[in-house]
Design a binder for this molecule. Structure first.
Ligand code: SF4
Length: 180
């Protein structure tokens, strides 16, 4: 029997207590809908990089093209360790590529659909960027449909996402056409 398509999901959206403030923010309706149709692969690059729960909030700083992850309270630079973990996750996924991704909006690590503010050294907005993991994931798997929980809170969007992900998985699983 064919496996369900794989969907990468931010761990906090999958019901894990990984948020900086230790809050649970998942929607059981979203989890139920997705698990019925897909194999979910929860990832939290921040916690997997060794950051604790709870932890200080993080902002994007520096160049909007390659922003850094900087702690709001301590000014600690988490860029290297989180980016390293992001790359490990993406390398792992090369063995079982995802057919879709559902990533947390407004996160310096996971925001994948709507860019969030990047700050300069004075703390002023200097531009906008996607989250660090989201940017790398979209570059590694450019054809994979991506959504966030805000988009998927609308039923038509959720149905549409499921259709697109299913179609992608089906296309990739289909044997190549023979030349006549
Ligand atoms: S938004 Fe991403 S980095 Fe932040 S808690 Fe959720 S999974 Fe972890």
């Amino acid at each position: 029997m064919r496996q369900k398509p794989l969907v990468v999901i931010s761990a906090c959206l999958a019901g894990q207590r990984t948020r900086y403030n230790a809050a649970l923010i998942h929607s059981q309706r979203l989890i139920d809908f997705l698990t019925e149709r897909f194999r979910l692969f929860p990832v939290c690059p921040e916690v997997e990089a060794g950051l604790p729960v709870p932890r200080e909030p993080i902002n994007l700083h520096g160049s909007p093209l390659v922003p850094s992850l900087i702690g709001v309270q301590t000014g600690a630079d988490y860029t290297f360790r989180v980016t390293e973990r992001c790359l490990e996750i993406l390398d792992h996924l090369e063995h079982d590529p995802p057919s879709g991704m559902v990533l947390k909006s407004r996160s310096p690590t996971c925001a994948a659909v709507t860019p969030i503010p990047v700050h300069d050294t004075m703390g002023r907005p200097s531009g906008q960027a996607l989250g660090v993991f989201a940017r790398l994931a979209r570059r590694r798997f450019p054809d994979v449909p991506v959504a966030d929980e805000r988009i998927l809170s609308f039923s038509p969007a959720l149905d549409g996402f499921a259709r697109v992900v299913g179609a992608k998985a089906y296309t990739e699983a289909a044997p190549p056409e023979e030349n006549s």
